[in-house]
Every structure is written in structure tokens, then in C-alpha cells.
Design a protein around this ligand. Structure first.
Ligand SMILES: [Zn+2]
Length: 207
């Protein structure tokens, strides 16, 4: 079982056969990221703007990220996972604290303070949004082959879109449905309705 990018579907999938679980096409494990990014730049088109923070219903791949609208569809950029040091109050110092003090020398400077407060450092994994601005927004397609969990949903591959305040369901002409839950429902709904009213989406979804 390994995670790989299906270049036909524009999505990362887990596969134990080497083939995409949605379209059945071969998804190579070793990829040339530059080459794939160049190919997808045409398919994705110019990047418009972020639609908002969303959560994608799926297993074993990043679920939280930012959805962008592009010239030809929607691009999901997952948050990156970072390991952060967090000070937490504790009754006694733990093994983790001693390890952390060895690994990060500056911690020695706050050691007395931390000990007197019965605090310790814990290493926690956190989700951190990748923020793109006007100057690097065009690099979004380059992140598809470099960020496992990213995906591009081409408008031409969407058969129907059903939305509610809580979630939006994209039925594809080929492959499984994509369920997207916006974190800011009202703003997302407004942006989505504006997007679906554009010629690009009207012509594909017939709505
Ligand atoms: Zn596929």
C-alpha cells in the first residue's frame, strides 16, 4: 500500500496495486514533479482566488486545507503538518522534556523558569495552512505533485454539484464523489454560487 499521484484524476490515492482506485489507470510511484507540474498548469489554468478553508471527507489523506478556484476547476491544497513545541503544565518532568532539552539547546535558557512552574515541553503535530499571496499564487500547480493529498477537480469532470450550508457534494463523471465541508459556511456558499454561475461551470454541470 502506498500513496501516489494519479495524473489522470489529478488526485493522490492509496493503492496496493499501483493503479488508481478511481479510474484504474496506472499511477507511477516515482514521479518527475517538474514535468507533472508543467502538464497540470495547462489543465488547471490561471489561479483565481481562495474559496476558503475546507475539510474533505476521506480517509488516510490530509482532510483540512484551502480550496482555490482556478480557470478550469477547483484546487485543494492541504495544510502541512508541522511538529511544534508546546509548553504544558505538568506535575513532574517527563522523559520527553529531557529529550527536548537535549535537542533544542535554547530550552536550557528557560529551564529554571519552566521547572519552577512545573511545565514541560510536549511535541505535538499541528496542521498549518500554506498561505499563498498574489506573488506566488501562480505556483499552486507546482504543489500538486509535491503535496500528497492535494487534488485538482476539473470542472469538465464534474457531472453535478449539490450544496447545503454544511457541505458540498461534487459528483464526478468518473470516480468517487468529493464531499467538501466549508469552515465558513456562509462566505463559502456565496463564493460557490458565484462560481457555479460562471460559464465554465454552467456548461459542465448544466445548472
Ligand atoms: Zn485516477
Amino acid at each position: 500500500m502506498s500513496v501516489r499521484l494519479c495524473q489522470d484524476c489529478g488526485q493522490w490515492i492509496w493503492s496496493n496495486t499501483g493503479c488508481c482506485t478511481d479510474c484504474g489507470n496506472l499511477a507511477d510511484e516515482a514521479i518527475d514533479a517538474d514535468l507533472i507540474a508543467r502538464r497540470f498548469k495547462t489543465r488547471i489554468g490561471s489561479v483565481d482566488s481562495p474559496m476558503g478553508h475546507v475539510r474533505v471527507s476521506r480517509r488516510k489523506l490530509p482532510t483540512d486545507g484551502i480550496l482555490y478556484s482556478t480557470e478550469h476547476g477547483l484546487f485543494f491544497l492541504p495544510h502541512r503538518t508541522v511538529t511544534a513545541q508546546r509548553l504544558v503544565e505538568e506535575n513532574q518532568s517527563s522523559l520527553l522534556w529531557h529529550i527536548a532539552a537535549i535537542l533544542w539547546a535554547p530550552l536550557h535558557l528557560i529551564l529554571p523558569f519552566v521547572r519552577s512552574k512545573k511545565m514541560s515541553v510536549k511535541l505535538v503535530e499541528e496542521q498549518e495552512p500554506i498561505r499563498l499571496n498574489d506573488t506566488n499564487l501562480h505556483l499552486l500547480p507546482d504543489l500538486l505533485p509535491r503535496m500528497p493529498g492535494a487534488f485538482f477537480l476539473a470542472a469538465k469532470d464534474v457531472a453535478s454539484v449539490r450544496g447545503s450550508r454544511k457541505s458540498w457534494l461534487f459528483e464526478r463523471t468518473n470516480g468517487s464523489k468529493v464531499k467538501i465541508e466549508p469552515l465558513s459556511a456562509q462566505v463559502f456558499e456565496q463564493r460557490m454560487n458565484e462560481l457555479l454561475a460562471t460559464e465554465r461551470w454552467r456548461s459542465t454541470t448544466g445548472q
